[in-house]
Ligand binder design. Sequence first.
Ligand code: ADP
Length: 163
Amino acid sequence: MEQTLIIFKPSAIERAIVGSVLSRFERKGLTITAMKMMQLSEELLRQHYAHLVDRPFFPLILKSMTASPVIVMVLRGLDAIAVVRAMTGATNGRKAEPGTIRGDYAVSGQENIIHASSSPEDAEVEIKRFFSPDEIFDRTPVLTPFTYSADEIDMTLNQNPKP
Ligand code: ADP
């Protein structure tokens, strides 16, 4: 199964909607494998948003992402990276489709509630950036056989799930 990195940005923390957004991921069937609160540094943000450091709005990103602590999280599931990106919606909350997280909770391009890894390559690097291996829990929820079909998780009757 894939793992993807989520950051609950200060816009989620300060507006107190972390629970509502996290509840969507849990209801969808994604599994939390790591989670912690932390204050982001400029150095870490320059790594995380390296593709944007030369853009005129980068100082805005720094100000916004350091305005409060954030919650970082790893979610696991089949195709978790694409599933979470689809749930997240377009970058600008005003353009994001209703029904997506940004479409339902954001009206801003910057204050857009969460970050979610955009590709398997990014997810691998981002998870390592925020978590050490001992902070990630290799857990298989007991309801997994009711979340995925046997062929999807390589499980046959009377066998334990092997995600
Ligand atoms: P996404 O978060 O959807 O993957 P990007 O990687 O392009 O999008 O941008 C990272 C973050 O930088 C966005 O989530 C947003 O907070 C900020 N950002 C991107 N583009 C703009 C912009 N034009 N104006 C202000 N902030 C922006």
